[in-house]
Design a protein around this ligand. Structure first.
Ligand SMILES: C[S@@+](CC[C@H](N)C(=O)[O-])C[C@H]1O[C@@H](n2cnc3c(N)ncnc32)[C@H](O)[C@@H]1O
Length: 300
């Protein structure tokens, strides 16, 4: 599928890269009328992301270009008019197929961007300041999560190479944090980043949440990243291991948000008390799952 991923670029591809700088309103989709135009906008996201992913190692500004395109996809998702369009046409087969392709490419792009950002951060010390300003922004955004005691044990499933929220929690609360990822390269970068930030004592990685049953049994919070596809299966697996006090925070995106998040059928979580977190201008949704007997209005 990712024909261009392996780094070679032909002249037409380079020409197309220059054409990417189109008008922002047009890219966000505010001017779209009709199903054909909506589909064509989605198709152009798919094409542009594929192209930029291929070019990422060929240009010095490759990561920035790819990041900008992912930002445009986020703006597209947050645009109210596009929500309405999705309600009208989102169930059409052509739209669904194109959306799934965009999600695969955007997830792959984000994984790559995170690895390259982590690499830059721990190899070029000058990026550390930028990183710390990012951290403090994340602290504000994730304030409700950071409300944990020093004895918290936090598991992050699908943390990636640049796990801002997880590092923030380890730094701000001195909680013990275990990240998991199925991608060994993401683990390698994430470990080096944690070492660079001096968090190696409280911050660790593993290739599977099932590899650490003792940690799971003692975990106070489990987070499942939005870009982990198998959310329901993982929640079911966790049920057998986590304590009855453990809170499970699941990020996901349905409908238009599924362009850049894996969806979740919340209705299937009948064994859990489900609380939704409301956030403005957030490209994913968050729910907190608690064992039913424990729901006494406690904070995350
Ligand atoms: C882009 S990344 C990082 C997460 C992102 N910062 C977020 O909050 O969604 C998503 C990561 O999830 C990992 N992943 C996907 N499925 C997984 C699974 N079943 N278990 C653990 N990690 C998984 C991928 O390898 C990838 O590194």
């Amino acid at each position: 599928m990712y024909v261009l991923r392996h780094g070679w670029l032909t002249f037409p591809h380079i020409l197309q890269l220059f054409k990417l700088s189109v008008n922002v309103e047009e890219r966000e989709g505010r001017d779209i009328e009709g199903h054909e135009k909506f589909l064509s906008r989605l198709t152009s996201f798919e094409a542009d992301l594929t192209l930029l992913l291929a070019a990422v190692h060929c240009r010095p500004d490759g990561v920035e270009l790819l990041t900008d395109e992912l930002d445009r996809l986020c703006e597209f998702i947050l645009c109210k008019e596009n929500e309405e369009r999705w309600k009208q046409w989102g169930s059409r087969e052509d739209i669904k197929q194109c959306s799934e392709k965009i999600r695969e490419i955007s997830a792959h792009s984000l994984c790559l961007v995170e690895k390259m950002k982590a690499l830059r951060t721990y190899t070029e010390q000058r990026d550390a300041n930028l990183y710390f300003s990012l951290l403090s922004a994340a602290v504000k955004e994730e304030k409700e999560y950071v409300c944990m005691g020093p004895n918290a044990k936090v598991l992050f499933i699908g943390a990636g190479a640049f796990p801002v929220s997880a590092l923030t929690m380890a730094r701000e609360t001195s909680a013990e944090v275990l990240c998991t990822d199925i991608d060994g390269e993401a683990i390698r970068h994430g470990n080096k980043l944690a070492q660079f930030l001096g968090l190696q004592d409280s911050f660790h990685y593993s290739d599977s949440h099932l590899r650490n049953p003792e940690f799971l049994a003692a975990a106070t919070h489990v987070f499942i990243a939005s870009l982990v596809p198998q959310k329901l299966e993982i929640v079911e697996e966790l049920t057998a291991y986590v304590s009855s006090d453990c809170k499970i925070v699941v990020r996901y995106g349905n409908g238009l948000r599924s362009l850049f998040n894996y969806p979740l059928d919340v209705g299937l979580l009948s064994d859990w008390e489900v609380k939704s977190l409301r956030r403005d201008r957030c490209i994913y949704d968050t729910i907190i799952l608690e064992h039913q007997k424990n729901v006494a209005g406690s904070a995350v």
